[in-house]
Design a protein around this ligand. Sequence first.
Ligand code: ATP
Length: 335
Amino acid sequence: MTAIHLNNIRKSFGTFDVIKGVDLEISPSEFMVFVGPSGCGKSTLLRLIAGLEDITAGTLAFDDKVVNSLTPSQRGIAMVFQSYALYPHMTVFDNMAFGLKLAKGGTDEIRRRVNEAAEMLQITAYLDRLPKQLSGGQRQRVAIGRAIVRDPKVFLFDEPLSNLDAALRVQTRLEIAKLHAKMHETTMIYVTHDQVEAMTLADRICVLRDGIVEQVGTPLELYEKPQSVFVAGFIGSPKMNFLTEKHADTYRAHTLGVRPEHLEIRPKDGAWNGKLILSENLGSETYLYIDIGAKDPLVVRQDGTASQQPGELLYISPINDNVHRFDQSGRPAAS
Ligand code: ATP
């Protein structure tokens, strides 16, 4: 089991600073997910850990060994990419066996390991096929299989499900969760911009913003106790509503954050009221968009289908005072 220590890690491309001093401790066998807006440096940070990019400054250690100058294979990592990166002219078996052959493994041992991984990922029937004869989901399972057979200490995923359609994404996500349960001694780091993947797969999520760590915590910690407006707005889908609240004593404006699922429609006397602009009916739930005179419409989640009609005046209040207050610096306000 491998712990990963990042100490003031920096990465610049020329004069462009992409990673600006990241400190992070990843525990042995943890499933850590990196999330953040496009361009915040998630993939770059993963590639630095993998050894695919040189670290500009700082120390990266696996357990107590500094690995800054080691190659990916010396680090004992395996990586799965969004693009699968399979060899098109090789069969599935040969793709999966390739790394082991390079490492001069014995033929029987290679066959045993490939078969074991193929079984785990249910791709045994495709071992003789070429990648082009597989669906996207099957190709990604081969790519994962190729990583598994090498029995890595650290398993890295860079948006592995992005090229799959919605149904396959769900199925493959479940497979990755099962894989983590089976390979429970392997430390995993996973980059995604998908909320559901982050929330369901992670032991902990690291939210990155513009090359720095904004907050690290379990999915529930980030959902329940976001330490900034940024994290509050980033974690959760649909997004948290933000409103400006005038502070009665000081007239200092606080930002009030309320999640759509923490608002309800009242018969009268709401904290806010306004006209329904649009309702998005998803069958199991409905999102109501209400114009309360603020910059953005207030979004309210309701179970099931909604009976309210556009133009109707609605009264809205938070359920159980489930609101977040942030001060002008964007940090939680002392209330
Ligand atoms: P996305 O979610 O869009 O994939 P990301 O958070 O993974 O984004 P990175 O791919 O890490 O972001 O890129 C971070 C920044 O570094 C971007 O502005 C990108 O243009 C820049 N960058 C990445 N690789 C290089 C490179 N080889 N040379 C110059 N700039 C680079």
